[in-house]
Design a protein around this ligand. Sequence first.
Ligand SMILES: [Zn+2]
Length: 277
Amino acid sequence: MKLGIVGGTAFEDPGALLDGTQSQTFTIGDGPVIFYTGTLAGTAIETIYVQRHGTDHGLPPHRVPYGPHAVLMRDLGVDAVLGTAICGSLREELPPGSVVIPDQVVDLTGRRGPQDVRAQWLHLPFGEPYCPQLRACAAAVEPANATGFAAAGCIATIGGPRFASRAEARWLAAQEWDLVNMTQATEAYAFRQAELCYLCIAFVTDYAYGLDFSDDAAIDTSMGKTLEMFRSILRTGPHHLVRVGQALTTRSLDSEEPASCRCQRPMPAEYYKEASA
Ligand SMILES: [Zn+2]
């Protein structure tokens, strides 16, 4: 049994999550991608980690190799993947410092893909973008020091790399979605195509631009608060991620019970169609 971690912004130090780290370099396109192998910090859980945005945070959201990450995780024998997401909040009830286990995504990236996970395309069921079994395990792990905690929520995924305009943020909030981010719809789709169970832990750093319910006009102040929150996540986030990883592996993946999710089941034949090209 192996756990996979996709470390997003604020979770880009493998040493904070893994013990005994070793690295292996793969080539994706014309660039190197490093996968780190070790055990989840303080445990014996075999874990493979990749930085979503590459070395030195060099890849913006629209250039992250979501598909190859999923394929490599699968080929390296990973059973379940835990991804992190730094998000803006669209709801006053989820203030900066909240932790959310999202259950839904809305893809506003303009069909970013990825298209390179499978040799054949398919009409993919995506009613549950995140593994419900992993979500149930993670919901039992209440984060320490969080200002809010929600075991469900919808992430609107925008293309980025710019943030939403004030009008866009207000429109997103008016849809009654909960969070906004730039990676989640694409990444969840990549891992579903790879037939791997995938879970996201979302960390709220701020309200989406123009939605600061406490101080609507003070943008400079908000940026300062965001940086402060970011530093807080750097300090406390890895510990929470390790606790969730332990919960996933001890309560779910080691169970003799069959998986209650459909993430890893082969798709019915009627969903497949030969690529015409
Ligand atoms: Zn699953």
